[in-house]
Every structure is written in C-alpha cells, then in structure tokens.
Write a protein that binds this ligand. Structure first.
Ligand SMILES: [Zn+2]
Ligand SMILES: [Zn+2]
Length: 299
C-alpha cells in the first residue's frame, strides 16, 4: 500500500489539473493520494470525480499558511469541513493577502528594471484560486528572466530578497483549533525544512499537540536522514502521527516525484481514526475518504 499525503494541483501552485494529478498518482502506482493545495479546497471536486471508478483512495486536504513566533509555518489539514466559518474566514484572509501582494511585488520587480506586468502573472496563474509568488516566478521564467522557480525565489521573491513583500498568515494555534472545530486533523508540513518550525524542540510540538495538533510530516525531501530520525523519535515519544509525502507540484518543483516519500499504512490508519473522532466531535459534515469522496457523510 503506497500512500502519498501531500501534493499540489493547479488549484494552487502545481502544474497538473486536479484530474491530471489523480491520473499521475495512478501511473506512479499510488493507492492513496491526498490533494493538499495551498489554502483552498477548490481542487477537491474535480479530483474526486477523476478518482471515482478508479482504485485510488483520495484524501481531501489542504496546506494552510500560518505563522508561529515570527516564522511562516505550513500546516496540512486533512478532512476538515472547509465551510466551517472560523476556518473559512482564515482561508479567505490568507488568499486575499496573497493576491493583494502580487501588484506590489510586480512594482518592485519593475523598480529592479524587470519588464513584467500584472497580465503576465495572470496568464501564469490560469486555473488557480489566487495568484501568488509561484505564478510570478513562472511569469519570470516565461519572460526569460530566470531559468526556473528556484532561481526566481533565490534572486527575487524569497524571504529577504528585493521583490519580497510580506502578507497575512493566520496564527498557527488558531488554525489548529479551527481545523479541529471543522472536524479535521492537522499535521505540520516539513517541520525541519523551509516553511517549517525551524528544528522544533519536543516541548514546542507538545504545546501544539495540547492545542490539537495530530501529527508531523517526517519523510519529506527537505529532511536529511538525521532530521527524519530526530522527528520520528519525537513523534513516537509524543504519540503524534508521523507522515511521509512527496510535496509534488508537477513540473513546478523538481525532485518531488509522486511517491518519493510515503506514509506507513499503520500511521495512515491512525490518522483516519483520529479524523473520524474529530468529525464526530465537531458535528460538522466532513468530506469522506474514498473514491466517492465528494459526497458527504450522513450527519
Ligand atoms: Zn509547504
Ligand atoms: Zn506543499
């Protein structure tokens, strides 16, 4: 059983449509795929429709941009009701903030002598819920300013680079509570990598667990062997679920092929059991894990 719990489609900054993502997962020999676009459930319906009638189990999820002690932290949320008002409100604020900074970043690039327009970015983000930095990066690639997204971030768009502009991110603890209230479970994405917790101490994870955190992503390309061992030990000590995943973005990110890291089936079972408990506690109508997952569980 091959399980990949962190992937992106064109609903955020991947390059596959949600349906193409499902077919790519089948070709990669996956049995379970989570679609986890940034701050949106927009790809769920199309992915579920594509997964129906196939052997693929689809897990609806998202990767939420949060902030914790001054750092940007990515939080994976699985199986929440995205219409739960406290969660929906945070997602709206994040998406609005992301779109709002694009014109400012374009103006900064113009100030650096780069001839890029808002239309170039709009063309690069066709199909996405909100334009963001990866789309500016793609536009820069199309314009021949940089070779790829990595160079665009390293030279212009990343934290501390000349065209970078800060934006809203929800407090991590607020989002963990909102995901639980929405009947879902939350997992810190790549805690040791970029957009992670910055080599968290066990005490930090324990605090987040007390608020409702369910797990941490252990096997991820941003983590070397030592980081994985350390994170796995902390997950075991605390009873957090340990996941593994590709963080696939289609052609948008190299060395993140589908299934390059996977989640242990026993850990996945625990995650599903905890999600079922969270769903029951919340009283929300949460999405189902299955190849028929665009219907909702009966209340
Ligand atoms: Zn991330
Ligand atoms: Zn991701």
């Amino acid at each position: 059983m091959r399980i990949d719990l962190h992937t992106h489609s064109r609903a955020s900054d991947g390059t596959d449509t949600p349906a193409e993502l499902v077919h790519a997962a089948l070709r990669a020999g996956l049995d379970v795929l989570a679609i986890t676009d940034h701050d949106t459930a927009d790809g769920w319906g199309e992915a579920a429709a594509a997964a129906r009638e196939t052997g693929l189990m689809l897990v609806p999820g998202m990767e939420i941009s949060t902030r914790h002690r001054g750092r940007g932290v990515h939080l994976l949320a699985y199986l929440p009701d995205p219409t739960y008002p406290p969660l929906a409100a945070e997602l709206r604020k994040v998406l609005d903030g992301r779109a709002a900074r694009v014109p400012t970043m374009v103006a900064r690039l113009n100030g650096l002598g780069i001839d890029i327009t808002a239309d170039d970015v709009r063309r690069a983000s066709a199909g996405a819920v909100a334009s963001g930095r990866p789309h500016i990066a793609d536009a820069l690639v199309t314009l021949g300013v940089v070779r790829d997204r990595t160079e665009a971030f390293d030279r212009y768009l990343g934290w501390g680079r000349p065209a970078h502009v800060d934006r809203y991110a929800a407090p991590l603890e607020t989002v963990i509570r909102a995901v639980a209230g929405a009947g879902g479970v939350s997992v810190i994405a790549h805690p040791w990598g970029r957009g992670g917790l910055g080599r968290p101490e066990e005490a930090t994870l324990a605090e987040l667990q007390a608020v409702g955190l369910t797990g941490i992503e252990v096997d991820h390309q941003d983590h070397d062997v030592a980081a994985r061992a350390r994170l796995r030990a902390m997950a075991r000590d605390l009873g957090l679920v340990a996941t593994g995943s590709s963080d696939y973005h289609g052609a948008g990110k190299t060395d993140h092929d589908l299934g390059c890291n996977t989640t242990d089936p026993a850990e996945f079972e625990r995650l599903l059991a905890l999600a079922a408990e969270a769903s029951a506690r919340s009283g929300r109508s949460t999405p189902q894990v299955s190849s028929h997952c665009d219907d909702h569980r009966p209340a």
